[in-house]
Design a protein around this ligand. Structure first.
Ligand SMILES: Nc1nc2c(ncn2[C@@H]2O[C@H](COP(=O)(O)OP(=O)(O)OP(=O)(O)O)[C@@H](O)[C@H]2O)c(=O)[nH]1
Ligand SMILES: [Mg+2]
Length: 472
């Protein structure tokens, strides 16, 4: 019997080390007592949670990044994956946003043509480096006139989005002087704008399926007007002179948020319902913060509640810090920071002296070095990779804008790895403590790849939470 006990590996492992002094023995026993106490506390907590059927603490994620970085689009992916029914029930609201996006693109073209007209009438001579405008044909000018009523569509849709707002300009956060070309409709996250359109869609369905027509007159008119202008809009967008004018203006509408001009016929059909892809592409600027709750299942785990916070347009960390009280940040499990790599050749709409990529780097630096967020895991989405690839393929030179890049190869592989290293270095140098840090190359308008990435983010955070709760 004694021999067998001596051979038991557990007894051997727990046996006091040979030659242990009385002080070492006292310290060891104290350590064992503490460990036992901790283990009992964890067992008690687990059994308490089991008895109360209490679900684990919610996982909290904060979406940060400059305006147009893709925060709300990431949130839409969360919704599409975790509550697809609710996501799809909101199609009607998104149809209105797609229509607003179309009208805005047309307005940008019409504004550019007006500038050409004004320039021609002013007789101002061209500067030596200025490209000349092509002459506008009478057909083009007629087309432009015929599309002017589209402004009514915009007014009607905006009126529907925010019934309280008196006019279009109250929905833009740009000063009057800069309004015009850059004007973009934004919605305060507290506004229940989707409700108005969900009701509207059920009305539209009944009007399509049966004789009952209950859709309000103004919004029906708007939809029909857009449908009636469909051909003119297609002709305008495909006009070679328009393409030339846009080129001189360096206005690449196809790279801009909410671009649907290549699908005008489809999206202006009277029976049009946005696809999932359309919804992800639709652009509506967010103002303020919105909070979204999901119930997620990872593997065989019981569903866990997740809360995702979308902070609209926060250009500086101050922006986010001003919105939340300090304890809010202590409780955050992870930040998903979106840095759109494709914007290397763009400036901020709100401050044209600031390069967008540079602004993302500064915001990243502020976030990683903030003492408030030092224990929060960082998930970096180097986003809009699809647009970056297209831009580089079209010949746009990365090194011309990111001077430190020098004359390295102008391809996706090298530029994306260069930026990844840059962001990682900043995180390493400016983090106050070691922390979880994960990087992904993303195109969050791509449903499939984003679903895979969000799946691995979910698994990683579930593991992290388990580890944390075992360490308390
Ligand atoms: N092609 C492409 N478009 C993207 C990608 N990510 C976002 N977008 C588009 O870019 C636009 C801006 O994205 P949002 O998600 O609205 O940006 P945001 O960060 O919420 O911006 P704010 O609400 O102003 O703070 C939308 O039209 C998106 O469809 C991407 O990876 N690829
Ligand atoms: Mg947003």
């Amino acid at each position: 019997m004694t021999v067998a006990a001596d051979l038991d590996p557990l007894s051997l492992a727990l046996a006091p080390p040979p030659g242990e002094s009385p002080q070492d023995r006292e310290a060891r026993i104290q350590r064992e007592r503490d460990a036992k106490k901790r283990s009992d506390l964890i067992d008690q907590e687990i059994s308490r949670q089991r008895n109360e059927k209490k679900s684990p603490k919610p996982v909290k994620i904060l979406l940060l990044g400059q305006s147009e970085s893709g925060k709300s689009t990431t949130l839409k992916n969360f919704q599409l994956i975790n509550s697809p029914k609710a996501f799809r029930a909101e199609r009607a609201s998104w149809r209105a946003v797609v229509h607003l996006n179309v009208v805005r693109s047309i307005r940008l073209i019409v504004n550019a043509l007006s500038e050409v007209e004004a320039f021609a009438n002013s007789q101002i001579p061209l500067g030596p480096d200025e490209e000349s405008y092509p002459p506008l044909t009478p057909e083009l000018l007629t087309l432009k006139m015929r599309l002017l009523p589209l402004q009514q569509v915009e007014e009607a849709l905006v009126g529907k989005l925010t019934p309280g707002a008196s006019n279009l300009s109250s929905l833009t956060n740009l000063p009057d002087s800069t309004r015009g070309a850059a004007q973009e409709v934004s919605i305060n996250s507290a506004t229940p704008w989707k409700g108005a359109f969900s009701r509207l869609m059920s009305n539209v369905r009944s009007s399509v399926d049966g004789p009952e027509v209950a859709e309000p007159q103004d919004s029906r008119n708007a939809r029909q007007l857009l449908h009636a202008c469909s051909e003119d809009m297609i002709r305008l967008w495909n006009d070679p002179t328009v393409k030339q004018v846009l080129k001189v203006h360096r206005l690449r509408l196809e790279d801009m948020a909410g671009f649907f001009l290549d699908s005008i016929e489809r999206v202006t059909e009277l029976s049009y319902e946005p696809t999932d892809d359309d919804i992800l592409k639709a652009r509506l600027k967010t103002l303020g913060v919105s909070e979204h709750h999901f119930s997620l299942k990872a593997g065989t785990m019981i569903p866990q509640s997740w809360i995702v916070y979308d902070v609209g347009g926060a250009r500086s960390l101050r922006g986010a810090l001003d919105v939340f009280p300090v304890p809010f940040f202590d409780d955050m499990d992870a930040i998903i920071f979106l840095a759109p790599l494709s914007c290397f050749d763009q400036v901020l709409a709100e401050d044209e002296s600031v390069n967008r990529l540079e602004d993302s780097i500064l915001l990243w630096k502020a976030i990683v070095s903030s003492p408030l967020l030092q224990e929060t895991s960082l998930i970096l989405f180097l986003n809009k990779c699809d647009i970056l690839k297209a831009k580089l393929a079209s010949g746009q030179k990365f090194g011309e804008y990111v001077v430190s890049y020098g004359d390295r190869p102008n391809d996706f592989e090298h530029t994306s790895q260069y930026m990844k290293k840059k962001f990682m270095m900043i995180a390493k140098q400016h983090s106050l403590e070691p922390r979880g840090f994960y990087t992904y190359f993303t195109s969050v308008t791509d449903v499939q790849s984003t679903s895979d990435i969000l799946g691995s983010v979910r698994d990683m955070l579930v593991r992290q939470n388990l580890t944390k709760s075992r360490l308390v």
